[in-house]
Ligand binder design. Structure first.
Ligand SMILES: *Cc1c(COP(=O)(O)O)cnc(C)c1O
Length: 372
């Protein structure tokens, strides 16, 4: 019997156990424990930022980032339609309007050339999201932010260890966020972080994360925050994982190269770019988009992989097609043909950091059988 190959498995065989035992031995399991500060400092240093504020997940990090920037009713925020719901949810929950742009067919990242036409007097920020292991082309976006006085919110949840022109992803936003969900390159089980160089924004995020407790009189609140705190147990995992990030990135790049060699002979499919003019892919996930030559869609392909004991995941569903937002009357006349297309024709195959050569070989053999 063949064993199932999951789409992702975390790798936890470094110092994770040792640091978790430290939490138990010392009794420090809450957010007050020493690993939280340590993880914040190490991670911020790694990305090249002044402040890191650890939170309970990447979606919460986006909520805190949007709130900290003071985005609110009447404001518009431009973001890619091809991303996770968390990005638009943070904007909508703040009372602001999400304005989407389509994505590029090659990189699956936001179509930077579409942004300027969407800027209005209400635009407050551009939310960029690095997708699946390649970064957004940041230079033109930084130029637009300067030209129009816009803030940049950078969702780097899929971009641990990724560089744009030699500069770390997560270092471009006025405020940047990460997720440490188990399928991310550094995991804390559940977790996230907000990063910034701005002292005031950092203080605001720390306050928002902790119910906006005040130093002067605890339990008296001037503002509403959330409990978005990360526990010492989560941060202990994070410190151990971060120690191995370079090794993980090397393995991921190797995986991407290996899959490319194994799969490039299949006609009619689009594979991730190994590199662009400004970055080398770290293959957070290894995506496949089916061309017109293939007479079925991603849903059918994923069903066939499952029959062969191989896990897959569909691509993101575009924000402008989300029923929850359509019911709110958002995105009524919006069309983004590229995102609509890759959402229906794209999926990703097992891409975990611990994936073995044998597993990749089996995935490729099945892919060839199914897609040829
Ligand atoms: C994973 C992810 C998030 C959300 O992170 P959670 O920790 O699962 O809440 C946000 N944005 C992007 C781009 C992601 O990939």
């Amino acid at each position: 019997m063949t064993t199932f190959i999951p789409v992702n498995e975390p790798w936890l065989d470094g110092n994770e156990r040792k640091y978790l035992n430290e939490c138990l031995d010392t009794g420090w399991i809450s957010s007050e424990g020493p690993f939280v500060r340590k993880f914040e400092e190490l991670f911020a240093a790694r990305v090249g930022r002044k402040h890191g504020i650890a939170v309970c997940n990447g979606s919460a990090a986006l909520d805190a980032a949007v709130a900290a920037l003071g985005v609110g009713p009447g404001d518009e925020v431009i973001l890619p339609t091809f991303t996770i719901i968390s990005c638009a949810a943070a904007i909508v929950r703040a009372g602001a309007i999400p304005v989407v742009v389509d994505c590029d067919l090659q990189t699956w990242n936001m179509e930077v050339r579409e942004i300027e036409a969407k800027i209005t007097s209400k635009t407050k920020a551009i939310m960029v999201v690095h997708i699946y292991g390649l970064p957004v082309d940041m230079e033109p976006i930084v130029a637009l932010s300067l030209k129009y006085g816009l803030k940049i919110i950078e969702d780097a949840a899929e971009a641990h260890g990724l560089y744009y022109k030699g500069k770390s992803c997560g270092s471009f936003g006025d405020i940047s966020t990460f997720s440490f969900y188990p399928n991310k390159l550094v995991t804390t089980g559940e977790g996230g972080m907000v990063l910034t160089d701005d002292d005031d924004l950092a203080a605001r995020c720390r306050s928002l994360r902790n119910l906006c407790f005040q130093a002067k009189r605890r339990f008296v609140h001037e503002e509403l925050g959330w409990n978005f705190r990360m526990s010492n147990v989560q941060a202990a995992l994070g410190v151990a994982q971060l120690e191995r990030l370079d090794e993980f990135v090397v393995r991921k790049k190797r995986m991407g190269k290996h899959y490319m060699e194994l799969l490039s002979g299949i006609p009619g499919i689009r594979l991730p770019l190994h590199e662009t003019k400004y970055a080398e892919n770290i293959y957070w996930v290894y995506g496949i988009v089916l061309g017109d030559e293939i007479p079925f869609d991603a849903k059918e392909a994923m069903k066939r992989f499952a029959q062969h004991q191989i896990g897959t995941r569909p691509f993101f569903w575009p924000i402008h097609e989300q029923p929850v937002f359509r019911k709110m009357g958002l995105f009524e006349d919006v069309s983004c043909p590229v995102a609509e297309r890759i959402a229906r024709r794209g999926f990703y195959i097992p891409s975990g950091v611990g994936l073995t050569d044998e597993q990749m070989k089996r995935v490729a053999e099945i892919a060839i059988r199914i897609l040829r």
